[in-house]
Write a protein that binds this ligand. Sequence first.
Ligand code: SF4
Length: 326
Amino acid sequence: MCKVRLNSAGQLRVPFGYVSGAACDPVEKKPFYHLLPGSGALTFGMFGCDFHCAYCQNWITSQALRDESAGTRIQPITSDELVGAAQRQGARLMVSSYNEPFITSEWAAEVFARARPAGLVCGFVSNGNATREALDFLEPWLQAVNIDLKTFDDRRYRSLGGTLERVIGTIRDAHARGIWVEVVTLLVPGFNDTEAELRAMARFLVSVSPDIPWHVTAFHPDYRMKEPRATEAGDLVRAAEMGVAEGLRFVYAGNLSGRVGHWEDTRCSGCGQTLVRRRGFRMIEDRLSPRGCCPGCGRSIPGIWAAAGESRRESGMLDRRNALST
Ligand code: SF4
């Protein structure tokens, strides 16, 4: 399905030693909101995906092996060169994204095995179509994963190439292993935006942990899905309010910066104070204490707020510097 693995003269081959692209992005763009806010994430991808979503916004890499019009080229690179690029650009994270990273896990493991000793936090942005064995393989290196929860309807999941059971199993499994999990739902009008479906997604996430951040983000017509209208700010706010009503403590509205009120910010789940203010991919203010707690009521906020060996105070300084440069 993914078209990246092959049997060549009796040898199983996997993709290795290239990227389709690499860039230092704000971590908020992934999106990760409870992971070193304001930091740079050296983000790399390969080709291919085991899903074939008609609205894919990364189709020039994810569908490059199915769709000749993608026209993207391979760039040979070593894992040390990727780590060097991260260090030169002051990144604090190394993230595999742009294609589906679980289908290119061996290459990600090679990069992460170099990145972690260099102090970089390693993560995936994934569709969640992972086996337990893939998580076993990656667990020594993978510290964070952002998983798309595209729908709560198994028939629709099958139309994209997966199953609901597999994706929600990956969310549960990754969380149980102590990997930091954030979940994204691209809100597509008429596809996954009924109240019943949104509430079911939120209830499922609460059953895993009410502390999982849920990002509801805006769709715009893209690739082969030109029909539904673009998501409006009111749609996002409505979905975010449902998430909170179902018991999620951290819900965010994305892709319509400046039009969704406080839904871009992190607020304390205890006293409601604003702790991290954002506009789009930019962190504007970070008021978390050195230990990642609310300065008002002292509640500990779930997330990764400092990389290994850093104190929060040091990381806060880096956060601000990176926020200014992005
Ligand atoms: S799972 Fe993600 S990368 Fe793959 S086709 Fe769907 S939207 Fe694109």
